[in-house]
Every structure is written in C-alpha cells, then in structure tokens.
Design a protein around this ligand. Structure first.
Ligand code: PMP
Ligand code: GLU
Length: 397
C-alpha cells in the first residue's frame, strides 16, 4: 500500500500534539499546567455566542458561498479599511476554516513543484510543513539570535534564488513575540519587488502587540506591495474563538478567485454558524479585545520575570503574541532522577512527566535549546507552572 512521498515527509503538528497530551492528562485527573498550545483561556464573548445561536434559530444551517458569506466578507473589508487603512473588495476576501487553512490554501495556489518559500526561524511549526504539502521547499533565513531573533533583510536576501516564490512573515511572531519594525518591512517589500515575490503576511496576532505604536501591515506600504501581499488573519486569537475555525485572507482579485475555486472543491464553505459568530466578532463591540490584551500584557510580565529569575534560563520580554521563548541551554546536559537531559525535546518530556508542566520544545519552531510557553492562561496557573519549572531546574544535577 502506497503512502505518497509528500504525505510521508510531513510531521504532525507538535503544538497540537502537546496540547492533546496535556488535555488527556487533565481528563485523567492529573493537575497539569499547560503552557502548550497558544489558545486564549477566555470564553468566546457572550454577544458572539448569542449571534451563533440566533443564526441557528434562523436556520442558517445550510451551505453558504464557498468563499464565505457576503456579509462576512464585507465585514472583513470594513475591518481592513477601518483598522488597517486598506481597501479591498469582498471578491478579494476568502473565508476559510481557520487562518491555518487560509495559509495552506495560499501556498497551494501560488507554488509550483520545487518552488521555494522563505521562512524566518524561529517560526511557527506549521509553515514548513504546509509548504511541503503544497509541493514547495521551505528555505530558512536565520534571524539574529543575539538580537532577540530580529528579522534582517540581509538574511533574507542571502537565501533568495531563482526558485524563490514567496516570503512568509509573521508579526507579531509566534514563537519569538518579535514585531517587525517599519524600516525592515520597507526593506522586505523592496526585496519582494526586486525578485518578484509574493509576501504572505500572517497577522493573526495583530492585536497582541504590547509596546509602542502598532506596526502597520506590510500591505499598507504602497499599492505595488499590496498587490504582492496575501494578508492572513482570523478570529481565533483576537476573540478567543480557536474552536470555531474561522480565518480569512485578502489578496489580489485573480489570486483570491483561484483560492476560492480551490476551496470550493477541497472543503466548500467554512461552518455557516461559525461564520455568523465571526461576523458578530468582527463587526460588533471591540471592548472585549482590549480587556483581554491588557490582561495578557500583565501575564507576559509575570511569566517573563519568573522565567528570567531561574538560573540557567534566559528570556527577554516578548513584545507581542502570547508566548515566551526561553533559552534553556544553561540547563541542558544535566540529569533529573538519573535521566540525562541533553535536548529541549527531552527537557519538555521529563518536565511533563515529573512536574506535570506542558511546554513546547523550541526545536519544533526551529529554535533548538529553547522552550516555548504560552501565557494565554490565568495568572494563578502561570505562577504555579513556572514555580514548578523553577523547582525542576533546581533539582537538576
Ligand atoms: N498563524 C500562527 C502564527 C499561529 O500561531 C496560528 C495558531 N493557531 C495560526 C496562524 C492559525 O490559527 P487558526 O487556524 O486557529 O486561525
Ligand atoms: N497556533 C497555536 C500554537 O502555536 C495553536 C496550535 C496550532 O495550531 O499550532 O500553539
């Protein structure tokens, strides 16, 4: 029985695997503190849940247009106009089953076999895999480890070849929390023009930028850059709606049409009730977002402060998203109860087993020697979990 080469080279999502393991341990009654998946602990706000119930009662339980309802695509256009100063037509918007799906649709629609996509590690676990799933080749432009993994235009330039088709940006970044500064966006746009590249701009953590003025989307730089950009966003993080599975993209007309066609055969429309909920989220009151982000800002300081205080750990204050990426190389090479811990993978495995704390090994994000911790959980749990990590670190010999 044959399994395709393409399928065989794909690794399952590490973030989701760790999340599933932690949730299974919790279901068995283990007191796990999970810093695993990036998932806000908040419930989806009430007005959004009510909109979903109302949609069901109205009978909005049938197929919608496969690229999403016109109402939701219009609401996305209004959001992009008001929040980002970007003007798009509803025909340039495709609603999908999560931003992950929007990203996957995008790479499927722009890549030929063997085309290269530049990824900026440390980067989200799913980027390289989805590029490979689409027949492409991920190519890595290393960010500067000694400067908080800042994105550099020179690093990008150095890996461009004639096969490069696109560059993937994620600002604020999962897992580093870095926000790409305006000057660097300008340089990236220049490179994209020079080598005729698409820019895939994953802006899912847009609202989670804590320090200084918000950085604009790269699509706002000028019309030509906008014409090369596929802007990706969604409701999972901003409105605590991870389980509803609604994401969207905004792209030049022709590409949006191709992606819509692709989706019409692959999945049809994303869930109709979830689309109604997303409409309420995007076009309704936004106070819930500000409140959640303000709380996350406090949590990031608590988590970073406690991590930094552990001997052998180094963790700068992240500027965005909701993750701390902690350098644990100072703790590697030691043992716990006779088990030698040499890698971040082993560190995470032993930590979960011995102290019931779930973290994601940095290796999954192309950052070996690091661990990623989500601070999208309550302050009490953050303190409890990091206290356990501090104990664990002390007990290493
Ligand atoms: N991009 C990044 C960087 C993410 O961390 C996530 C997290 N799930 C996503 C996209 C996709 O989110 P979703 O599919 O839930 O919309
Ligand atoms: N994106 C989140 C994370 O990185 C959720 C899990 C996933 O889809 O990868 O943890």
């Amino acid at each position: 029985m044959q399994i395709s080469k393409r399928a065989k080279q794909v690794t399952g999502s590490l973030t989701l695997a760790i999340d599933a393991k932690a949730k299974a341990m919790i279901a068995e009654g283990v007191d796990v503190v999970s810093f695993g998946a990036g998932e806000p602990d908040y419930d989806t706000p009430k007005h959004i849940r009510e909109a979903a119930i109302a949609a069901m009662e109205r009978g909005e339980t049938r197929y919608t247009p496969s690229s999403g309802t016109l109402a939701l695509r219009k609401a996305v256009c209004e959001k992009l106009e008001k929040r980002n100063g970007l003007s798009y037509e509803p025909s340039q918007i495709v609603i999908s089953s999560g931003a992950k799906h929007s990203l996957y649709n995008t790479v499927c629609a722009i890549l030929e076999e063997g085309d290269e996509v530049i990824i900026l590690p440390p980067a989200w676990v799913s980027y390289p895999e989805m590029v490979k799933m689409a027949g492409g080749v991920p190519v890595y432009a290393k960010c500067d480890e000694n400067n908080r993994f800042a994105v550099s235009a020179d690093a990008i330039r150095s890996v461009v070849t004639e096969k490069t088709r696109a560059i993937m940006l994620n600002s604020p970044c999962n897992p580093t929390g870095e926000v790409i500064p305006y000057e660097i966006l300008l340089e990236i746009a220049k490179i994209a023009k020079e080598y005729d590249l698409w820019i895939i701009s994953d802006e899912i953590y847009e609202e989670f930028a804590y320090d200084g003025p918000a950085v604009p989307s790269i699509a706002t730089l000028d019309e030509e850059t906008k014409g090369r950009t596929i802007l990706i966003n969604g409701v999972s993080k901003t409105y605590a709606m991870t389980g509803w599975r609604i994401g969207y993209l905004a792209a030049p007309q022709e590409l949006a049409k191709a992606i819509g066609n692709w989706q019409s055969h692959a999945t049809s429309n994303p869930n109709s009730i979830a689309q109604a909920a997303a409409l309420a989220a995007i076009s309704g009151p936004q106070d819930c977002v500000g409140e959640m982000v303000a709380e996350f800002d406090e949590r990031r300081k608590i988590m970073q402060g406690m991590l930094q205080a552990i001997d052998g750990v180094n963790c700068p204050l992240p500027r965005g998203a909701f993750y701390c990426l902690a350098d644990i190389r100072g703790l590697l090479g030691k043992s716990y109860n006779g088990k030698v811990i040499t890698t971040d993978d082993e560190f995470a495995a032993v930590l979960l087993e011995e102290k019931a704390v779930a973290v994601v090994p940095g290796s999954g994000f192309m950052a070996p020697g690091y661990i990623r911790l989500s601070y999208a959980l309550g302050r009490e749990n953050i303190v409890k979990g990091i206290t356990r990590i501090a104990e664990f670190a002390k007990e290493l010999v």
